[in-house]
Design a protein around this ligand. Structure first.
Ligand code: 5GP
Length: 176
């Protein structure tokens, strides 16, 4: 039996997302921003984040990525399941991730997107688990640093389940 224990409440997440959005809005004021949403895990976070960024010139694109199988360990292998719909050459690009764990996924994506010659390329991640970092990656906009726990909800899954939870939780195995 699995039990879900709340880790970060809906209210706490919402407050932090508003702060991040306001900060990004100030930093990209008068610029044309391309927000690249990394699917699937960051779709809920990104939906809230983009609505908290008050700039007139924003374009949104999606990058589909598969880095895990059904398990919880990074394989280090990143597969692009859906590429960007338009070039990003000379654009200001913000890559939006759900969580930076080992860092392998974001590092791969940064290398990939750099080859397309954006004007600037920055990272916004809701969560960071520094305990498991295998490669250091810059995260210009970070929601929360978390402990070494496998979190679910608010877009994050376990074997494709729990993405629809409105808060972030951890799974605990109930005895019996
Ligand atoms: P990394 O390559 O940094 O190890 O892993 C990044 C990806 O692994 C994330 O985008 C996410 O899909 C998945 N991931 C890493 N840690 C967690 C976690 O605690 N919970 C869930 N649901 N996914 C995770």
């Amino acid at each position: 039996m699995e039990q879900i224990v709340e880790y970060l409440s809906q209210a706490k997440i919402a407050e932090r997302v508003q702060e991040l959005g306001a900060q990004i809005g100030r930093d990209y004021k008068d610029r044309r921003l391309v927000v690249v949403i990394v699917l699937k895990g960051s779709f809920v976070f990104a939906a809230d984040l983009v609505r908290a960024i008050e700039i007139p010139h924003m374009r949104i694109d999606f990058l589909g990525v598969r880095s895990y199988g059904e398990g919880t360990e990074s394989t280090g292998v990143v597969q692009i399941t859906n590429d960007l719909s338009k070039p990003i050459e000379e654009e200001d690009v913000l890559l939006v991730e759900d969580i930076v764990d080992t860092g392998l996924t974001i590092s791969y994506l940064l290398d990939l997107l750099h080859t397309r010659k954006p004007r600037t390329l920055k990272v916004c991640s809701l969560l960071h688990k520094p305990a498991r970092a295998r490669i250091q990656v810059p995260i210009e906009y970070l929601g929360f640093t978390i402990e070494d726990k496998f979190v679910i909800g608010y877009g994050l899954d376990f074997a494709e389940k729990y993405r629809n939870l409105p808060f972030l939780g951890v799974l605990q195995r109930a005895e019996g």
